[in-house]
Design a binder for this molecule. Structure first.
Ligand code: SAM
Ligand code: SF4
Length: 331
């Protein structure tokens, strides 16, 4: 069995696979998708559980994938999620398996996910105020998310990570209270700069809250750069008030980290994307469904990575947003 890595022309090697399990979602975060939702993928185009596992297995066995993160859309909407986690953890060499979720329904499934071998979970939460939550997500579901977080912690998926996006005039003034709440709960908070990946194309450079602003908003806390090596991790981490808990800032726009990127993405309909911002995808579903061998699929996947651009280009005046929004790519 060969393990020729997923290398690109700039010396980067992808070992971290993000798998989108669905493009559907039960929230409507306004930095992600419009109130009316989107034209969801037809079921026939979405990879089956067996097809997902086959591609993940090829990634792990032949292409050097070491970490698998299930995402979406909302991955908890995928009925077979627990089984997908279990089957991924049965692969050899065993990858790390994590989940990025909005937390709705996590209260019910956290223990089963942990038992299936899930290693980590990131829950997206931008506010702990019910009215602001409803303003951002258009759903009155804050209590469910908080219950999901508590269940994940209880199930041993600790330290639970919380992802937050700050929106000017909506929740930016709440950054300190969100951090304090996460510190109190023992959750690791990471602020993510808002990126031009919303379906509505409403993102604006002047409106987004930059990492610099986030540091100003958190000036009431004592933040010391964490000692652990950052490596390919997108978050700049800081020990808060002497520790042990840390806070992270993911400055994808103002401090891009493309040079250290080790990620590759698989969409719910079986397209490989070598970058979140790529404007091209490589179809693995067609060969998968027309009897191609593992070796052929692995070779197609390698070719898809070879053309990865050096950077996402957001700061280029000619930048064009990818055709698919974040929810369809897999965040
Ligand atoms: N539904 C799940 C969730 O919300 O965690 C998984 C998919 S969601 C697309 C993954 C992450 O992307 C979330 O943490 C969300 O906040 C983030 N996200 C979505 N749109 C974004 C944008 N335009 N800029 C930055 N982050 C975004
Ligand atoms: Fe759904 Fe996640 Fe997008 Fe919010 S960020 S609308 S929870 S996919």
């Amino acid at each position: 069995m060969s393990t020729d890595a997923l290398a690109d022309g700039f010396g980067r090697v992808a070992t971290d696979l993000r798998v989108s399990l669905t493009d559907r979602c039960n929230l409507r975060c306004n930095y992600c998708m419009p109130a009316e939702g989107l034209d969801w993928l037809p079921n026939a185009e979405v990879l089956t559980d067996d097809e997902v596992i086959r591609l993940v297995r090829i990634g792990v066995e032949q292409l050097g994938i070491e970490e698998v993160r299930f995402t979406g859309g909302e991955p908890l909407l995928r009925k077979g999620l627990v089984d997908l986690v279990r089957r991924t953890k049965e692969l050899a060499p065993t990858p790390e398996v994590s989940l990025t979720t909005n937390g709705l329904g996590l209260q019910r499934t956290a223990h089963a996910l942990a038992e299936a071998g899930l290693d980590r979970v990131n829950v997206s939460l931008d506010t702990i105020r019910p009215d602001t939550f409803a303003t951002i997500t258009l759903r009155d579901r804050l209590a469910d998310v908080l219950a999901g977080l508590a269940a994940a912690n209880d199930a041993g998926l600790a330290p639970v990570k919380v992802n937050a996006v700050l929106l000017r005039g909506v929740n930016d003034d709440q950054a300190p209270e969100l951090l304090q709440w996460c510190l109190d709960q023992g959750y690791e908070l990471r602020f993510i700069e808002q990126m031009p990946l919303d379906a509505q194309h409403d993102w604006s450079r002047t409106e987004m809250i930059t990492a610099e602003e986030i540091f100003d908003l958190l000036s009431g806390f004592d933040l010391t750069p964490a000692e652990e090596a950052r490596g390919s991790a997108p978050a700049e981490k800081f020990v808060v008030n002497g520790g042990p808990t840390t806070v992270g800032v993911i400055a994808s726009v103002t401090r891009p980290f493309c040079g250290d990127c080790d990620r590759v993405r698989l969409t719910a309909d079986g397209q490989v994307r070598n970058c979140l911002f790529a404007r091209e995808e490589s179809d693995l579903r067609t060969p998968l469904r027309s009897g191609a061998s593992d070796e052929l699929i692995a070779q197609r996947w390698r070719l898809a990575m070879a053309t990865k651009l050096p950077g996402h280009g957001i700061n280029d005046p000619l930048f064009l947003q990818p055709t698919r929004p974040m929810s369809a790519i897999g965040g």
